[in-house]
Design a protein around this ligand. Structure first.
Ligand SMILES: [Zn+2]
Length: 151
């Protein structure tokens, strides 16, 4: 839905006459729009930077998620490692949207470092659950290094 720009952000709801303002709930200076949330918003950019750093992808977040995803998989030759990166990108998108909704309904923005740690943790747990004997020693060592850098 994010890649298609179809999430129900305030900019769309305002046009439909459902709400009056379209301020971003995470940074307050931007517009609550898909193009802002993924990843122009200072909150989402910083969360994204934390995850890119964890994966050792030396790239700044692109402004649009549908540009970003190509870079996230390009760093590694291993298909499994690429899949971990894509999993991390999907989790980042999900958690930015979750933070936006927490801000909307609970009037509190999660702390960036807490959110980054949560994304790392959930990605690691999901990947750890699918590791099997086909994973190479190199891939396992990389995964182990990710686990050590969750906190
Ligand atoms: Zn924002």
């Amino acid at each position: 839905m994010v890649a298609l720009g179809k999430v129900r952000t305030k900019d769309r709801l305002r046009i439909a006459g459902i709400c009056n303002d379209d301020h971003c709930l995470l940074c307050v200076t931007g517009t609550d729009a898909c193009t802002h949330l993924f990843f122009r918003c200072s909150f989402s950019r910083n969360v994204c930077l934390g995850i890119l750093d964890w994966l050792k992808i030396r790239s700044s977040p692109d402004e649009y998620v549908y540009v970003s995803w190509r870079k996230w998989g390009r760093k590694y030759k291993s298909r499994r490692m690429q899949q971990v990166c894509y999993c991390a990108l999907a989790a980042t998108v999900y958690y930015v949207w979750k933070a936006r909704n927490i801000s909307l309904w609970q009037q509190s923005v999660p702390r960036i470092e807490v959110w980054v740690r949560e994304i790392k943790s959930v990605v690691y747990r999901r990947i750890k659950a699918i590791v099997n004997s086909k994973w190479s020693a190199h891939e396992l060592a990389w995964l182990s290094e990710l686990a050590q850098n969750i906190n």
